[in-house]
Design a binder for this molecule. Sequence first.
Ligand code: FMN
Length: 389
Amino acid sequence: MAARSVREGGPALRGPLDFADSPLRVAERQPLMLGVFLDLQDRKISDFPTSNSWTFDYNLDIVRKAEAAGFEIAFSRMQWLPKGGYDGEASLDAFIALGAMAAATSKILLISTIHVLYGPLHPLHIAKYGATLDHISKGRWGINIVTGHRAIEHQMFGWNRIEHDKRYDMAAELFDVVNSLWGETENLTYEGRVSPWKLENAWVTPKPQYGRPVLVNATGSPAGIDFAVKYSDLVFITSPAGADIHSALESLPDHIATIKDVAKKAGREIKVLINPIIVSRNTPEESEAYLQEIVDGMNTGTKDKRTFTSYDSDAHAWRGPNGARKQGYNLGANVEVIGSPKEVVEQLVALHKVGIDGVQLGFYDWKVDFDHFLENILPLLKAAGLRVD
Ligand SMILES: Cc1cc2nc3c(=O)[nH]c(=O)nc-3n(C[C@H](O)[C@H](O)[C@H](O)COP(=O)(O)O)c2cc1C
């Protein structure tokens, strides 16, 4: 017998946070969850040389190192840009690459950024691929639900950019259907209201192990926050006042309180993540000198050569109140954490105190800087009580 209707998917379906033993529930027991924000694409914010690489092997090394050090999350961005749009030659697809990492890791959560409206991808595809990766990863894989803020990306797929809030309406309908496919015990028949999808006696099995895969949103707009608190487990935020740590610490408490309040009203629990870049050496002076080398390398024209920053975007997340944002040094992250190990830990403690549940860390040079973090900063983070065994 076919089910004729799709349930409003978010709250109706149990998610990973509803299961005491789900990998996400285990991860969030840490006072501050630790993640790596991977670069599966060439990024060049400065001419100061790095060892970074977009390749699968380079990024898998980072993820394995993170997993061995007890990190909870590996997360990758994803963009669809025309020729010349990336800072360098290449970009891997985050859906495929993090999916492949599921078989090469055993504990860490793997979150793929997916532009869920592009294609359009049929809900059956998302539900089937998602259930498959859920079983390969044993509940560790998830989707960062992105609807696409750059006009140029929508045009690549053959249409003009869909209006900002309508994109979230479409994504809501899409995930009502996907969640129903993950949860229903009968075939599903459905015709979209605001979206083009049709399903006739659609069925997906196996079902995901913890209700559904982990769902995440990166957003700052009211429509995006409404969507996130209804459908997602994690919300990935920016600092409304810019990446400068002092501005971030001032503006984050209100922003986080708003998000958690909207979630509470919807009867949902949601964890808040942000992505700092860590620029650190053993002393404050050495850290400053390293920062200066990066900044000097930006003044050789690199910043002006970065094509993708000039593409039209309708994202709210980086607008800030009245456009007033203290961007910091433009190091390509939503918070800049700069200093000696002790200073870095003080800033991470401060971020935790204002309500951040987890940090998706980025580094200027992954090989050198991530090792420095693991050797010199992680032990202090444990000593400060932000990590438990
Ligand atoms: C931390 C963070 C990471 C993001 N990563 C991506 C990404 O990888 N690809 C992408 O197309 N958009 C990315 N975005 C943009 C969001 O998906 C979204 O389009 C943007 O925040 C605008 O949404 P809003 O207007 O609801 O704030 C990211 C946003 C944030 C805050």
